[in-house]
Structures are given as C-alpha cells and as structure tokens.
Design a protein around this ligand. Sequence first.
Ligand code: PBG
Length: 329
Amino acid sequence: MALFPQIRLRRLRRTEALREMVRETRLHVADLVYPLFAVPGQQVREEITSLPGNFHLSPDLLAKEAESVAKLGIPAVLLFGMPQDKDEAGSGAYDEQGVVQKAVRAMKRAVPELVVITDVCLCQYTDHGQCGVVMDGYVDNDRTLELIARTALSHAEAGADVVAPSDMMDGRVAAIRSALDTNSFHETIILSYAAKYASAFYGPFREAAGSTPRFGDRRSYQLDPANLRQALREVELDVQEGADMILVKPALAYLDVIAAVRQRFHHPVAAYNVSGEFAMVKAAAQRGWLDEAACVLELLTAMRRAGADLIITYHAKEVAGWLKPGAAT
Ligand code: PBG
C-alpha cells in the first residue's frame, strides 16, 4: 500500500493552474440572486443604514437598477416591498397598484430577460409586523393562506417570473399553485422558503424592511434552529405541494441543512445569505479586520460546496466584480 513518502497530496496543490484543474466547486455569477427593496414614489434612492451599499429604490430607479444588475451578468433579483401604509390585513401586499407590483412591471419592461423573483409575505404590510393574519394574538394559518395566494397571484399578474413565499404557513405552496393555475399562470415558478429558521440573523433586514413584529416573535411558524429533521419534513411537504425550487435560510449556520436537502431532493436548492451574515463581514471589513472579497468568496463557495445551486446575497454586485477574470482579489 502506497503511503508517504510515495503519496503526497501537496502535489495537486503546487501551482494555481493545478489547483484550478482539481477544484471541485466553482462560484459563478450565474449562481447569484440580488435582493432589492422597492419603496413608493419617484427618484427615491436612500441607502439602507443596516445594509451598506444597498438602497431603498422607487420603481423608476429599480428599472435602471435592473439594467445595471443584468449588465453585471447577475441573472435574477429578489424583490421586497415597503408599502406607503400598513394595516391589519396587510392589504398593500396584494394591491394591484402596490409598490412591488409597480416595481415588477417597471423592471420587466426595462429588462425582460432579467428573472424577477418576488418575496411573498405579509410582514412588511401588516401593522403588527407578523407574517399572517392575527387572531387573539396568534397567527392564524388558514386565514393567512388566502391572502398569501392572492399576493402571489398579483405578483404573477404584474409579470414576476418566480414567486417566493417566505411566510412559513402550512399549505401555502399548494394554495399558491392552485391560485396560479386557476388563473392560467402555469409557467410561474414557485421558489419555496421551505427551511426558514427563526433566526437572529434577520436583524438588519427587519430594520431595512420595517418588519420587526410589534409583539412576540416568529417562533410559532419559523423553524427552531435546533432542528434538522423537521426542516426535511418542511421540504418534503413543499415538494409534494408543487414547489419548483427549495430555499434554505439562513445559510452560514445551516450548511448542514443545505447538504441534507441537496442529498435527498433533486430540486434546485437556493441558499439565502441573509442580512446578518452580510453585516458581520461588512462591519469587520470596514474596521480593517477582515479582507472582505476573500471572506465573501470563501463563504459563498462553502455554500456551493454544501450543495446550493443558487445564492441570494446582498454582496451579489460586488461579487460579480470580484469574479471578473483578472479582478484583484
Ligand atoms: C419576510 C422575510 C424576512 C427575510 C426575508 N423575508 C424577515 C423575517 O422573516 O423576519 C430576511 C432576509 C434577511 O435577513 O436578509 N418574511
């Protein structure tokens, strides 16, 4: 049996050309999805303090942003909306003239080939900040389903290519598929946030989206971070209900979940590199403690290695630059 000194694994690592040849995982700009935040009005462009380098944009400027994202080679965006007004039933979420609906129309008009994914949830639209209809202090699953399905349908009508429910209600994928199909949106794709955990890493996003719950938390519907098997049941059910793609969120502390989902299912898997994960690297880099490009590329490669096909990241535009041939990283 050949062992050291005949066997030397360092042989395959000696030069960059050799390392490149035997590299098992690659990160490509085509794997990236860039999240965007739509706000009402015109010519509005405000930097989001908790997500440096990311902006609240009005639909007219989102159309321009769509062009610059597409020019970088990023194939898709994930759109969130910040409505003018919030109410108990989150009615801004399924308003034909809502901010997301307007933004989708503007972006698809400007760049038809850009894949527009919309986040389907009520939490940015409800005055209490919970992801569904609240009855006696508890988020009512079945009453929420109808509104979630209505929201997804209104996004499809506006031209969204993909709807991405992030509410974690039971039965939402089936409710959405049926609403879409009944209205002839057979081609609209469902990307289900199937394994979405009740995570503290959503902090910067909630500030950006104004969606911090006014009371309680989201632990009665989002997954307990301690659970893997339950996440697989969530994925299994969403797949049975007709999800076309599966999402695991957050990514960094849940690489084992990504790997387990990858192993068991044949659907495309997306990882959401969430706001708190972005913020940790960004803040450390701003202090000069970390090399931002190197750390981000390492983290995103790890998500790919774990099994993610797609990565949703606030770093997408920067990554597109870093991945350009000849870019100094
Ligand atoms: C809304 C939603 C959240 C995120 C995406 N969609 C917040 C939450 O569930 O509290 C978080 C995204 C991020 O942190 O980057 N349902």
